[in-house]
Structure formats: structure tokens, C-alpha cells
Unconditional design. Structure first.
Length: 239
């Protein structure tokens, strides 16, 4: 199979990669993928996250990991593990953001104590192994820690965030780091006051509606556009 012209999925991945780089979630590492039938579209291994072009997006078959187009990131197994374990997952983000990763290292739970944390509905679980996830067994192990949740931390390494689609995965990645950054400040002066389960459910329902997720996505794209890194992509076609 050959992807002759960029598909909508490839364009979504390119736009999401640039937006996550502008948001400070991606540096030279980090990857975002979207499920498209039995394929996953993901930023290519060596392409800059800040300028990823749709025609550089790699395509991988989910069932067996076969590389259909270009070379995927070396940790593609993370994405494949999530897609295989979770039919509800339509997009995956893996990155190494500072604050969220710090929590897993410090042994402090990333609890729901801010509205951004309530989006996840639970303490964010930790995959307790800093090794890079480069094989099927590793991808399956991280998916086993993630279970039905929206995010997992990876000790000394990074985070895995999943969503129904690209906008929800991008929103989740930004919200996870936001929650961690706010909690870092709270832990510095005391013990965070956790939301009750009822508070989590109420706030989560308020902040995870399609309308709010669309707002996060529009804002992320607009910030990328204003940063001057959205050349060749019309954000109006992606919302
Ligand atoms: Zn990684």
C-alpha cells in the first residue's frame, strides 16, 4: 500500500504534533497517533515534532505492527498495545513532559485535586519501569497498567495518554501536565485536598464534554498557528 497524498488522518497527526510541541508537551521526542480502520498514523521516527508534514507521517498496521509507510517511532509498541487492548481508543499520545514525569519519580500520587486532574477521574497509575517500550510485550504491559483509564505515568520516562480521537488525546496530554504542574505547587506547601468521588464525577462531566474538548483542540491549533508552525495546514479543516 502506498499513501500517495496526505489523508485527513495524516494531516491530523501533523497538526497535533506541532500543537503539542508548541504546548511544551513534545520536545525532540514524543509521538501522537490516530487509529484509521486497521491502521495507525503516527509521526515518523526522525521528523521534527515542530514541523512534521502530513507526507512524513508513518503508517503502521495495528494487528501485526507491519510498517506500511515510513518509519514509525521506536516506541510504536506503546500505541499498538493501547489500540489492541482498547477498542474505544482512537488516538494515543506518548511524551516526556517534566511535571507529570516528576511525579512518578518522586513517588507522589498524581491525584485529582484540580479540575484538570478530575478529567482523568482517578489517581494516574504508574508503569514502574523506566525502560523504553520497544516490543510487543512492553506495549502490552503498559496497556495492562493503563487498563480502562485515560492516562498512565511511566517512571523516569514519560506519560501515555489515550482518547477517543485526536482532539481528546491532545486535550488529555495538556490537562495531565497542567494537573501535575498545579499539584507540584500544592505539594510544595502542603498536602493536596483530594476531590471526593462525587466531585470528580461532577467536574469530569463538566470538563470532558465534546464541546469542551473541541475548545481545547481549537485553542491548541490556534496557539500553533500564532507560533508560526502551522504552515500548510488549515486548522479550520480539522475542527
Ligand atoms: Zn518515550
Amino acid at each position: 500500500m502506498s499513501v500517495a497524498t496526505p489523508t485527513r488522518s495524516a494531516t491530523l497527526v501533523a497538526a497535533a504534533s506541532r500543537a503539542l510541541a508548541v504546548a511544551g508537551i513534545f520536545d525532540m521526542n514524543g509521538h501522537v497517533s490516530v487509529r484509521d480502520g486497521d491502521l495507525a498514523y503516527v509521526n515518523a521516527h526522525s521528523a521534527s515534532r515542530l514541523s512534521l508534514r502530513p507526507e512524513e507521517v508513518a503508517v503502521v498496521r495495528i494487528a501485526d505492527g507491519a510498517e506500511v509507510e515510513h518509519t514509525p517511532p521506536s516506541e510504536m509498541a506503546l500505541h499498538l498495545g493501547a489500540y489492541r487492548a482498547r477498542p474505544d481508543v482512537g488516538a494515543v499520545v506518548h511524551a516526556h513532559p517534566l511535571f507529570a514525569t516528576t511525579f512518578a519519580v518522586a513517588g507522589k500520587p498524581l491525584v485529582c485535586a484540580f479540575n484538570s486532574g478530575a478529567w482523568f477521574g482517578h489517581d494516574v497509575p504508574v508503569f514502574d519501569d523506566p525502560v523504553l517500550v520497544r516490543d510487543e510485550a512492553g506495549g502490552r504491559a503498559v496497556a495492562g497498567v493503563l487498563r480502562e483509564r485515560r492516562a498512565a505515568l511511566m517512571r523516569g520516562h514519560g506519560v501515555l495518554v489515550v482518547g477517543e480521537d485526536i482532539p481528546s488525546a491532545v486535550a488529555g496530554a495538556i490537562l495531565l501536565e497542567d494537573s501535575a504542574r498545579r499539584l507540584w505547587h500544592a505539594y510544595a506547601i502542603g498536602e493536596p485536598r483530594r476531590f471526593s468521588q462525587a466531585e470528580i464525577e461532577t467536574v469530569r462531566a463538566q470538563t470532558s464534554s465534546p464541546r469542551v474538548i473541541r475548545k481545547w483542540w481549537i485553542d491548541a491549533l490556534e496557539r500553533a498557528k500564532l507560533a508560526g508552525v502551522l504552515d500548510g495546514i488549515d486548522p479550520a479543516t480539522l475542527v
